[in-house]
Design a protein around this ligand. Structure first.
Ligand code: SF4
Length: 302
């Protein structure tokens, strides 16, 4: 960054994701979730440095050049369901025009087949054919989301990346949107859903990766994390306790700035379990990065 500043936006993130599986990547705003998504799509800013690998369907997307990313990754190996369809779709063109353009670019559909292919693409995301000639401002939030999902599905990408797909939607619409996404995972795609909405993650995910200050601090089966035995990392427990349907008690304090991370565990200033040992950063081992994890008994009594 300017002035020689370094921002450790994502550190030591490691996970795999199988076809038909949904992994929810959760954490507060600014924890690095969306940077990770940008890295997978090759959309990091020019001054970003990466190390390691991210293999999607046989291609290391961190090592791939722009031509490879444009021709074989974006849309074809990774379909993006965007955070805000309003910002993602073009307001001056109809949904039909945008679906047609995507079909031509990703599948080479010929002109005389476009009309049928467009209706088929819309149908895959349950977008009603009667609204295909609508502009974005004429669509409800739910229909705009379906239009964006229809575009994301066109290239038959094995990985769907949904970046905060429920932001700004009311709870009913959140449930419908994540149920739709789940259906696409059940059809055999891998689904990586980036969200700060734990209720949405609980509804849809097979596994959950919890991120804090650029690191994955807990990676667990969703059933165990949201039910029994419960979360093991104090931060995950704090996030769950903050839910209105649970204790409705926020995690005290704020996350650290990513350009000024503390030397040891980054959660230490907010953690009720801190000891001297936490002056050394814990590494993710067996799905957990914490020196003093919460035990199932404590979770039950909480
Ligand atoms: S390592 Fe220490 S400070 Fe960090 S979350 Fe665990 S107990 Fe808390």
């Amino acid at each position: 960054m300017r002035g020689g500043r370094h921002v450790a936006a994502v550190t030591d993130a490691s996970f795999d994701l199988a076809a038909g599986e949904c992994l929810a990547l959760v954490g507060e705003s600014g924890c690095g979730k969306s940077v990770l998504a940008s890295a997978l799509l090759g959309l990091l800013p020019g001054n970003a440095e990466t190390a390691g690998s991210a293999v999607v369907d046989g291609i290391d997307v961190l090592a791939a050049d722009e031509r490879t990313l444009a021709r074989t990754v974006r849309g074809r190996r990774i379909g993006l369901v965007p955070q805000s369809p309003a910002a993602h779709l073009t307001p001056v063109r109809t949904v039909r025009a945008q679906l047609e353009e995507t079909l031509r670019a990703l599948t080479g559909t010929r002109r005389k087949e476009l009309a049928a292919a467009t209706e088929a693409a819309a149908a895959r995301a349950a977008f009603p054919p009667g609204h295909l000639d609508a502009y974005l401002h004429e669509l409800s939030g739910g229909l705009a989301q379906r239009a964006a999902t229809a575009m994301a599905l066109i290239g038959d990408a094995p990985l769907l990346l949904a970046d905060e797909p429920t932001t700004g939607l009311d709870r009913d619409l959140v449930d419908r949107t994540v149920d739709e996404l789940r259906r696409h995972a059940d059809d055999g795609r891998a689904l990586l859903m980036i969200t700060h909405d734990l209720a949405a993650a609980e509804r849809i995910a097979d596994r959950v990766a919890v991120m804090y200050a650029g690191r994955i601090v807990e990676l667990a089966d969703a059933t165990g994390l949201f039910g029994r035995p419960g979360p093991r990392h104090p931060y995950t427990r704090g996030l769950l306790d903050a839910l209105p349907e649970r204790d409705f008690t926020p995690v005290p304090g704020l996350p650290p700035a990513l350009d000024a991370l503390p030397a040891g565990c980054a959660f230490a200033p907010r953690c009720p379990r801190t000891t001297d040992a936490c002056g050394t950063a814990p590494f993710l081992t067996a799905g957990l990065a914490c020196h003093h994890p919460v035990t199932p008994v404590e979770t039950r009594h909480a």
